[in-house]
Design a protein around this ligand. Structure first.
Ligand SMILES: *[C@@H]1O[C@H](CO)[C@@H](O)[C@H](O)[C@H]1NC(C)=O
Ligand SMILES: *[C@@H]1O[C@H](CO)[C@@H](O)[C@H](O)[C@H]1NC(C)=O
Length: 243
């Protein structure tokens, strides 16, 4: 299992500075070693650099790019996805940082995935477009417990995120966010997003799986994210999406 738990001690008074830090530093990365490594100064390295350049250059107004680069005998396939509310200049900057960081962190790997607060970047030496990535996944959570009844709270999380998942799968940007009133003082905020190479059906399936995992990783926590290579879900007790 390459899944990993990352815990953030984010308390309300630290929130602003924590968010700034998260925005510029990678949340996590995986270097894939299943297809082995290549060596430096080869056609592989040249090809990978070409792919990463194309991913950064070709980001659509919907915050997504997909590219294939072939320089015989090497093939690379990649995607870049920005958080649905992140606008173009920030999106491009995030993908650029991500590609520099991946070249540093996984210099000779034929596959790698990296997550930032604002974007995801992934490449592999074989096509993965349209396939749900079940291998690369991270869980981020706020260790603080909710003051509400956790059973009721988790049910509310599920209700909100399932509704958003259904919406996401129907939009062309595959991204939704929304809120639910928990009591007179508290709103629950959520977002769901898929990579745009999936079908609507695969998007819905991927999100439902991620929502199903929340009680295992993050039962009764004030905030959590399940971030995969094909989709991500998040909830918090504060508004985290720029709308
Ligand atoms: C592949 O590269 C990684 C560094 O990215 C290194 O840790 C690993 O040992 C290498 N694997 C092989 C088989 O050389
Ligand atoms: C949260 O609740 C669990 C049990 O429900 C407890 O074990 C844990 O220590 C609590 N964590 C915090 C940070 O209060």
């Amino acid at each position: 299992m390459s899944n990993i738990h990352i815990t953030y001690f984010i308390f309300t008074f630290l929130l602003q500075s924590s968010l700034r830090v998260l925005a510029i530093h990678p949340l996590y990365h995986f270097c894939s070693s299943t297809s082995g490594n290549f060596t430096s100064n080869t056609i592989y390295e040249k090809n990978l650099n070409a792919l990463l350049g194309a991913l950064e250059r070709d980001i659509s107004p919907l915050g997504f790019s997909r590219a294939v680069s072939r320089m015989h005998p090497s093939w690379f396939f990649g995607i870049a996805l920005c958080r649905g509310d992140v606008k173009s200049s920030k999106c491009n900057a995030c993908v650029r940082d991500a590609s520099i960081e991946l070249r540093k962190s996984c210099p000779y790997n034929k596959g790698a995935t990296i997550w930032y607060d604002n974007c995801l970047l992934k490449y592999l030496d074989q096509s993965f477009f349209g396939k749900i990535d079940t291998k690369n996944k991270i869980y981020l959570l706020n260790v603080a417990n909710v003051s509400h009844d956790p059973n009721v709270f988790n049910q509310n999380v599920k209700t909100l995120l399932s509704k958003l998942a259904l919406e996401s799968a129907k939009t062309k940007e595959f991204f939704s966010f929304g809120k639910m009133k928990l009591d007179a003082f508290t709103n629950l905020y959520g977002s769901t997003q898929c990579t745009q190479d999936l079908t609507n059906k695969a998007c819905k399936f991927c999100l439902d799986e991620a929502i199903r995992e929340l009680p295992n990783c993050c039962y009764g926590k004030r905030g959590a994210r399940v971030m995969g290579g094909s989709c991500n879900v998040r909830y918090e007790l504060y508004p985290f999406v720029n709308s």
